[in-house]
Design a protein around this ligand. Sequence first.
Ligand code: GCU
Length: 683
Amino acid sequence: GDSGYEAWLAYPAVPSGNQRDQYLQWCKYVEADTGNTTIRAALTEWKRGMQSMLGLGVLEGQESGAPRIILGTWNEGNPLITTVFDEETIRSTGPEGFAIRCSREHQCIAIGASAPVGVLYGVFHLLRLMGTLADLEELDEVIRPVNGLRMINHWDNFDGSIERGYAGRSFLYENNRFIDEPERLRDYARLMSSTGINGISINNVNVHQQETLFISKEYLSDVARIADQFRDYGIRLFLSVNFAAPMHGGDLDTADPLDPQVRQWWRAKAAELYEAIPDFGGFIVKADSENRPGPFTYGRNHADGANMLAEALEPFGGLVIWRCFVYNCKQDWRDRKTDRARAAYDHFKPLDGQFKDNVILQIKNGPMDFQVREPVSPLFGALEKTNHLIEFQITQEYTGQQRHLCYLVPQWKEILEFDTYAKGEGSPVKRVVDGSLWGNRCSGMAAVTNVGRDVNWTGHLLAQANLYGYGRLSWDPELSAEAIASEWTALTFGSNPDAARIVIAMLMDSWNIYESYTAPLGVGWMVNPEHHYGPNVDGYEYSQWGTYHFADHQGIGVDRTLNTGTGYSGQYMGLNAERYDSVESCPDELLLFFHHVPYTHVLHSGKTVIQHIYDTHFEGAEQAAELVNRWSSLKGRIADSLYDQVAERLKGQAVHAKEWRDQINTYFYRKSGIEDMQQRTIY
Ligand code: GCU
C-alpha cells in the first residue's frame, strides 16, 4: 500500500505484542452466511484485512469450540447470532446499524444486523478497531448511523474533466465514454462504504449536453453497471439531471413543471430508470442557479419544479435532492442593496412546507460558497417543515486545492455544533441535519468529493483525511476532529505513536494556518477569478458574482446589519441575530462578513484590524514553512513513497503561502498607509 492507493484500507501489519496475540487468538476462523453479495463482500474484506494485518489465512466454517468471528443477519444464517445478543439489542440495530459483541461463553466475536449492509459496516468497524489496536474482549455495543443520508456528490463531467477536481481526471469517464475499470470502482466503493457512505451521485450538478442523456436508453446500461458495483457495498446511485431534459433531443418544446406533457415525460423516464436500476436513489437538481435552467423560466417556483420530479419518482421510492444554491450571478457591483448571502434564505424560507415528502433541499454550509470562513447558513433551523441536507465541500476549491494542507473536519465540526436557537438554546445544526429537531423523514449530509484518477485518489495524500473524515462525521457527528484524524493516521500509516502525534497535530493546525495567510476575518473571496487558486485581493471586487470586500483607504468589510446594511443578520434567530448585528459582539473571525469597519477598529483580541491582517499573514506563512520541518521529522518513520508525496506538496505550500502573505499585506499597506507595528518587510 505504498502508493497511497489503499488509503485507509491499507491494513498495516499489527505490531507484535499483547494486542496482536489477542487478535490471533480470536480471528483464525470465521463463519458467515455467504448467500448474499454484500455479506460476501464483508467476508472478502475481512479476509483481506486479516491477511494484511496478521498474516492470517482465515479459515471458514466451524472448528468445534475454537474462538471465531461470526457474521450474520438476524433472520438468516447462523443461529448463534441471535443467541449471542439479547432481544433488545436485536430490536435496536435499525436498518443500517449492527451489534458487535465478544462472548467468552460462546467463544466468538459476533457481528449481527438486520440487513447485510449492517454486517458489512460491522466488519469495517472491527477492522478499524484492530487497525487502532483496540482491545476486543470487552466489546459489546450497538452502533447505528446518526444521519440517514450520507451522500457523496461527484462533479465529474463525461469528457473526463472534473469541475473543481484537484486529483487528476475522472475515474468514471473519459472522452464521453464510461471507463470500464471494475476493480478501481470496487475499491472506491469499499473506501466509501468503510466510512459509512450510502449514496453517491456520479455526475456534475452542472449537467451539460452529453450528461443530460445519462437518463436515456443510450447510457442507462452503463449507469446501471456502476449501480451494481455500488449496491454490494450498500451505496445507492444518484444522478444529477438537467431540468430542461425533456427539451433535449426535441422531445418537447417546454420544461414547464406544470405542463401535463412534461410531467408525463418525467414519469415515463422514472419508470425506465427503475427498470434498469431497481434501487436508484434519485435526482440531484441544480436549477435556476448559475445559468442552469429551472422553473423560473416558466414563472413557476422551486416547489413546483421539485414536486413535479418528486411525483415521478415517488412510486419507486426515489428522492429529489434540490439544491438551494440559488442567487443572482449577474449582479452589478455598484448595487450595494443586493446581497448574495441573503439569497438561499430569501428563495426557500417562504416555500417551507410546500415540498413533497420525497424532496430534500440541499443547503451549502454557508451562505456564500465554501470559503475558508463564513457563517453558518441561516436556513438551518429556519426550515421547519421541509426535509434537508447540509452540503459540504471536500474538494478544496477555496482551501488550497489539495496543494495546501487543510484538514476540514474541524471546520465541519464547528458548523455542526453551531446553535441555531431554532427551538431555543440547544438547537445545534447537527440536530437539524440529522432530522431530529423538526422530525424530518429524510435528512443527513452531502459533500462534493475530492477524488480523481491520481493513484492516491486525492492528489495530496493528507487530503484523504478529509474524505475519510467526512464519511465518519456523516455517520456520527459526535466524533471529534482529533479522534477522526487519529483513526485515519493509524489506518493509513500504521501504529507508530510518535509519527501519529506529528501527523495528527499537523492536520489539526492546518485549517487555522490556511485561514491565517489567506482572506482575513471572514471576508473571503480574495482569489483569482474562475480557477480560484492563489491570491488576488480585487479579483472579484468589480465582478457580477456578488462577492465583494469594499476595501478603501479607510476600512473594509460588508455591512450586513439591519440598520445600515443589507439586513442579512436578521435572517438568524435569537441571540445569533443580535450577536452578528452588533459590531461589539460580532466574533472577530466573522467581523468583516457582517460589518464594514475602519482599519483602526480594535478587535476583541486587542489588535487593530490592520495589525491583525499583518500579524496573521506573517505568522501563517511562517507556520506553513514550519509544516515542512514538522513533516521532515517523519522521514524514515513512514514509507518513503508516502513521505515524499507529502513533502513535495508542503514545500509548494510554503512558497505559495509567502505569495499570499506578501500580496495581502502589500495591498492593505498601500490602501491604508498604516505601518506594521513590528516593522516587518511589506512591499
Ligand atoms: C461554486 C463552484 C462551481 C459550482 C457551484 C455549485 O460556485 O465554483 O464550480 O458549479 O459552486 O455548487 O453549483
